[in-house]
Design a protein around this ligand. Structure first.
Ligand code: PMP
Length: 354
């Protein structure tokens, strides 16, 4: 740290992204990426001339991509905001709407507390229920920015839409952010409620169900007012927040919706298969509507299992937080990848009983 850094950033605890190893081939089940490539039409969408055109700025209004997404969801262009990954939108949400403080679950996406700290926002972390689910009643009439990942991460718990609506309805003077990074894997989106509630901000991403984490593309669906607030922050920080290549790939992705729906179905079916197999080995596996499972075994601690799998070139995500340190979050890959994980896990567990 240099002596020039502003005092309020000095104690900031940064977010720790999952490992992206460079020391060889891994089965990567640690950052909830898709095991599938983008649709063939997306791969073909980039042409040499797109690279030549990189000398020009991208369209700051992103009107083509906005129009396509608006059409896909049956909303207006004015209800869509696009960004360089959904983390960027979450950052803006805290920056723009956190004036009364924020509230979110104690076990959830680790970036929320980082954004709150970054913007000097007081925040409250509400414990989950015993079974690691979110109790919607904890978020009623809070008069703060409410942030809920639905499905939640790293647990995979999905709250029904009526519970989400209760939260939105009971906090009319504050924005309620529903982070739907994982909603396409069996969840129900809250976006149809944007016409009814002008305080709802739905945040989504192309990183998971649309197989494009590396392109960095996120979007929000909300009332016209909230979208114009986000645009205001964009035009005050980085108007060209999406590069030309990503915009082209994003447009082709929306056009290939069927391919992605198929891939989501495949992930959901491999998820249930993996859950059953892990349970048969004695794991406690939380019910998940995301592209990952959260699991623990009472014969081996979470960190040891993570390290043993890593030694076999299989990466899962381990968190050090006391309440979840015996769990690992396992991204759903292809069936072949999951079979390798299951085989390795079986072998590791055998070693534990000796
Ligand atoms: N929300 C949640 C709950 C996540 O797990 C992630 C991925 N780490 C994100 C948002 C951010 O995704 P991205 O910035 O790639 O859109």
């Amino acid at each position: 740290m240099s002596r020039y850094l502003k005092e309020n950033y000095q104690a900031l605890e940064e977010y720790t992204p999952g490992e992206q190893p460079k020391d060889g081939e891994y089965i990567k089940l640690n950052t909830n990426e898709s095991p599938f490539p983008p649709a063939p039409s997306v791969v073909e969408a980039l042409k040499g001339e797109d690279v030549e055109k990189l000398r020009l700025y991208s369209d700051p209004t992103m009107s083509v991509l906005k129009g396509k997404l608006a059409n896909l969801y049956g909303v207006k262009d004015e209800n869509i905001y696009l960004s360089n990954g959904s983390d960027d939108i979450l950052n803006f949400a805290f920056m723009a709407f956190g004036q009364d403080g924020a509230v979110f679950p104690e076990i959830t996406y680790g970036f929320y507390s980082v954004f709150a700290e970054l913007h000097g926002i007081g925040y409250e972390c509400v414990p989950l229920r015993e079974d690691f689910t979110v109790d919607y009643k904890d978020y009623l009439k809070r008069d703060k920015l409410v942030v809920i990942a639905n499905p939640n991460a790293p647990t995979g718990d999905m709250r029904p839409l009526w519970e989400i609506e209760e939260i939105i309805k009971s906090n009319p003077d504050n924005v309620v952010v529903i982070d739907e990074a994982y909603v396409d894997f069996g969840g129900e989106s809250a976006y149809p409620l944007i016409d009814k509630y002008d305080n709802l901000l739905v945040v989504r991403t192309f990183s998971k169900s649309r197989c494009m984490a590396g392109a960095r593309l996120g979007y929000a669906i909300a009332s016209k007012g909230i979208i114009s607030d986000l645009e205001k922050l964009k035009y005050s920080t980085n108007p060209y927040n999406i590069n030309r290549l990503t915009a082209t790939l994003g447009e082709a992705t929306v056009d290939a919706e069927e391919y992605y729906q198929e891939k989501c179905k495949e992930i959901m079916s491999v998820r249930e298969y993996t859950k059953e197999r892990l349970e048969a080995m004695g794991f406690l596996v939380l019910s998940s509507k995301a592209n990952f499972l959260f699991a623990k075994h009472n014969k081996i601690n979470g960190e040891k299992l993570y390290l043993e799998l890593k030694a076999r070139h299989i990466l899962v995500r381990h968190f050090t937080n006391d309440k979840i340190k015996n769990f690992n979050r396992i991204t759903i890959g292809t069936k072949e990848q999951m079979d390798k994980l299951l085989e390795a896990t079986q072998e590791i567990l055998k070693g534990e009983t000796i």
